[in-house]
Design a protein. Sequence first.
Length: 230
Amino acid sequence: MGIDFKGIVVIVGNYGSGKTEVSINLAVNRNRSGIDVRIADLDLVNPYFRTREARGLFSKLGIDLVLPPEKYLQADLPVLSPAISGMIRRPGQLALIDAGGDDVGATVLASLADSLKDKPVKMLQVVNPFRPFTDTVKGCLKIRNEIEKASKMVINGIVGNANMIDETTVENIYKGYDFVRILSEKSGLPLEFVTVAKNLMPKIDIKRFSCPVLTIARQLVPPWKKPGKI
């Protein structure tokens, strides 16, 4: 049971959900499976922990990173590169779009809604049950509605990203999985996959999961730490 995405996949989630970390690790996972991957950084709201911080890693792996023009890389303005439109027209095998957090960040997607409406698009909501506002099913559904309204698009899948950063335990992973499984049932959305930190994988009973598992290594870390080896 593995992850097998193709076409256009949009990653959304509330601030602190870990959607950018998920986007980076998913891009690497698919690349190493032999899939041609392109990833667009549309997180134009949060000045920290953006997909673009992994430019060096993507370059080494041959993953095409689509960014706004260089002079706008540190801007918090809704600047969309023509290259984004080009990627949508010709997505190749897999085109990932890392959108901004919450409904504010998702507003940028609204400008692409017309371009995306006639294409098969999978939009995934990343959920971390240990973050404020998504620690209840009601909260997750509220975030979903706000993102859909702001983006003028429809979320059609869930990603479980249960973690407490360096304090994450195996029990946190299991508890998080149980939560997103219930969320999946209540929302009617499929649980596409859950994430597990690489250092915890040897301790995990993979048979507990009825969905694929994405092993992740943190890439977006403070300056005094080194990114994990993917």
